[in-house]
Design a protein around this ligand. Sequence first.
Ligand SMILES: [Zn+2]
Length: 195
Amino acid sequence: MSKQSRKFKVPDELANLYDFANTLDLRRFTHRGVQHRQNDALTSPQDLGAWMSDHGLSRSGRITPAMFATALELRASLRAFLQADTSARRKDRAMLRTLAQTTSHFPLQTTVDANGTLVLAPARDDALAGLAVVVAEMHRASMNGTLDRLKMCASDECQRVFFDRSKPATRRWCMSTLCGNRIKTRTYRERHRDA
Ligand SMILES: [Zn+2]
């Protein structure tokens, strides 16, 4: 888990997936007069190594440029999946094929943890192995249904991944008071301008 995942009450079992997807920050809206600056926390193998170390996912060895590219492909496919609404997540064949392809680089194997519980652990044995934990979190959330609550904010100016804690799980914006209102205000303005 991280400061961000705790602040936004993301379940710990999804924290690495949530944080990894949000290493790309596309927010560009203006809030209280301040324009949000877009940022990518992963611009080099070194960045990825630092991110993995911050999340306790480091393994020995060097992250090569090819490994880094594999990690970015995983992130892009995760974000595409999280951007799709829950029905598209089951139907969008092209998107799912890409996800299957990118996650195949992060195989998992069963192992027994310190509490005697069977868990999925990275099967790779190199510097990128720890990132398979993100895929394991996704697998578990897919099994227990919580993955449907992990979404991307529908605002073009935001696209932040968030965890929908609402009872019906129908939220579209990370913060309806911010992203939701901004869109509603704009739609209202556009409608009146056209009229
Ligand atoms: Zn948002």
